[in-house]
Design a protein around this ligand. Sequence first.
Ligand SMILES: Cc1cc2nc3c(=O)[nH]c(=O)nc-3n(C[C@H](O)[C@H](O)[C@H](O)COP(=O)(O)OP(=O)(O)OC[C@H]3O[C@@H](n4cnc5c(N)ncnc54)[C@H](O)[C@@H]3O)c2cc1C
Length: 457
Amino acid sequence: MKAELSKALAEIVGSDYFSDRPEELYLYSRDPGAQLPRKVDGVVMPRTVDEVQRIVALANREKLALTPMGAGLTLSALNVPLKGGIVLDMKRMDSILEVNKASRYVLIEAGVTQAALSAYLEKNHPRLQHSTPESPPTATIVGNILIHGHGHLTPRYGVNSQMVNGMEVVLPTGEVCQLGSGSISPNWFSRDPLPDLMGLFLGWLGTTGIVTKLSLQLFPKPAFRDLLLFVSDSVELIPELIAEFSQINLLENCFIITQEKPRWAQRIYYIIVVSGESQEEFEVKKKMHEGIFEKYKVEPVAEEKALAALRERFLGVPPFAATAADFRKGGGFEYTGAILPIEVIPEAWRKGIEIAHKQDFLYQLGIQLLPNGHSVMLAYSYAFNRAQADEFERARKALDDTNRLTLGLGGVAWKPELPAQKLILERMDANTRQLIKRVKKMLDPNDIMNPGNWEVA
Ligand SMILES: Cc1cc2nc3c(=O)[nH]c(=O)nc-3n(C[C@H](O)[C@H](O)[C@H](O)COP(=O)(O)OP(=O)(O)OC[C@H]3O[C@@H](n4cnc5c(N)ncnc54)[C@H](O)[C@@H]3O)c2cc1C
């Protein structure tokens, strides 16, 4: 990068918060997933909206690409520049600005992490909670929402991007915009009934603007919470059971998992999280779920040792996903989330196992129910040893096969890495594709924001 450009960026944020040193850029040039490293020219860590605006102004003048980053944990390298330029690391913008207890929302800056918000609420508002993903605790709330992530309250209240009341965004042309009720009042309590501009930024992978603040809905935290465990061998039964849970609509969360090792884990396990404000409410919900499984002759697992292990793994907030990841020597973990209609689950499940075996991996599948059982996220995980070139390559092939399977079954690949974005765009309605192109061009005329992502020729 040109010396004058480095100097100008260091002047905006202070010299401690700009770097173009190779040892630091190394960290920004890759993520823990299966994408190949890419070139980064610099990293900048703004603290204020004004600094973000000045960086954007400079980037437009110099035609410098800007890639926003939260914690960089999508495993799809969405925060690693495709066309060089600088990473805009948002971690320093980490203030929790306001909690409104009555209207139940929190206003945060873009760098606030899942762990920071959970700890803050636990200490100051123990009866409130937000929907926490299984990702490592350093993941940012904004990064998760911008990829339409999901958390432990998703089956009940919606995917996390549906919980947004409003946002503040620095547009690629430098103006600051408030969206939602925050655009007309000091209260960030609602997204409706204004034109919903949130969709210009959700799911766009940082290509349409830089989110600097976000108002997120909070939810009551029930006094009682526990899990129930059931086990079955029938893949065909999964859609029917999901329909039954949705009919009574009483669960907080639900995971359906299997994995190849150890051997006993090869069956299909249903982990049902139920909660309640009183012991009585909790017991009723528990009983109703037990009734469903009894009707389908699916066995409960009452073994206290197994339940204790699962409580530790699934009831924490966030749940302790690292135990599921099976990281191996050399590091490297990839999972692709297939967002699927309910009826294709059995085929997606079986073919997922075939793909893992074809690429010589142990299979590991997990379903999380999406809102009201209208769809699911089926995660296909591949743990690999990054130090082994052939294993790395097989993980990439498995990822590609899985994305093709997902699209072939009429689903959508979630948090798509570049090759998956291309597969999605290829299948997309031609007018929709052109609309994406026009929206991007309108918002970002100089194509400086995370260029190369959602790129329509
Ligand atoms: C073990 C493991 C388990 C996981 N479990 C879950 C899960 O249960 N649910 C789930 O949803 N996800 C899960 N994930 C995926 C991912 O970690 C999370 O979604 C995470 O919250 C993403 O946040 P991030 O801060 O890492 O985002 P980043 O990777 O930093 O960013 C995501 C995208 O948003 C853009 N972006 C980031 N900040 C801004 C900003 N301020 N303005 C504009 N654009 C921005 C980036 O350019 C990128 O395109 C998991 C990951 C791992 C490794």
